[in-house]
Design a protein around this ligand. Structure first.
Ligand code: 5GP
Length: 185
């Protein structure tokens, strides 16, 4: 059995990470596992507890975090997000490629605790395009969009901390580059 590995995918909100990763999972359902994060933010329409996220309240999240149950955790746009540790250890032991889709602070923590993890940054073609994608998705309030754009600038400035940057302009090309990074690099 091949050894499992940990892949961190980071990129600003609205860059299209979700779509890209969903396509990847459709192609390699047996080899990939996506970590299900926990968050204190409210579910968006269509999101389900235990599928997109574990939606925990702050007290529950903090209690688990303080008990060491997270591989990493961070505050983002006023909410806490974290990766439950146990399912990750289990999937790696089973030889799976485990994908964490997390923001910059979390990616930095994983770089410390799992230096062998491959870290991939997904960048937008431009800030203007990112802003229009965030607005078109219309899932977030104006205040949330402002916070997310602010965070996006910080994240893009840190792209050089990652092993590879993929620009999500054309979805098919970005997907090809992601596959190459995962399976051939
Ligand atoms: P959203 O609220 O749009 O689902 O996610 C906001 C940000 O939180 C995104 O950049 C996403 O990658 C990040 N995120 C999701 N889960 C986690 C996690 O478990 N840990 C960290 N550090 N960031 C996360």
């Amino acid at each position: 059995m091949s050894a499992g590995k940990l892949i961190v995918v980071t990129g600003p909100s609205g860059v299209g990470k979700g779509t890209l990763l969903q396509k990847l999972l459709e192609r390699y359902p047996d080899r990939l596992i996506f970590s299900i994060s926990a968050t204190t933010r409210s579910p968006r329409t269509g999101e389900e507890h235990g599928r997109e996220y574990f939606f925990w309240d702050r007290a529950e999240f903090e209690q688990k975090r303080d008990a060491g149950e997270f591989l990493e955790s961070a505050e983002y746009a006023g909410n806490l997000y974290g990766t439950p540790r146990q399912p990750i250890d289990q999937a790696i032991a089973l030889g799976k490629i485990v994908i964490l889709e997390i923001e910059l602070e979390g990616a930095r923590q994983v770089a410390q605790s799992f230096p062998d993890a491959q870290r991939i940054f997904i960048a937008p073609p431009s800030m203007e395009i990112l802003e229009s994608r965030l607005r078109d998705r219309s899932t977030d309030s104006e205040a949330q969009i402002t916070k997310r754009l602010h965070h996006a600038k910080l994240e893009i400035a840190a792209a050089n901390e990652f092993n590879i940057t993929i620009i999500n302009d054309d979805l098919a090309i970005a997907l090809q580059q992601l596959e190459k990074a995962l399976f051939h690099d």
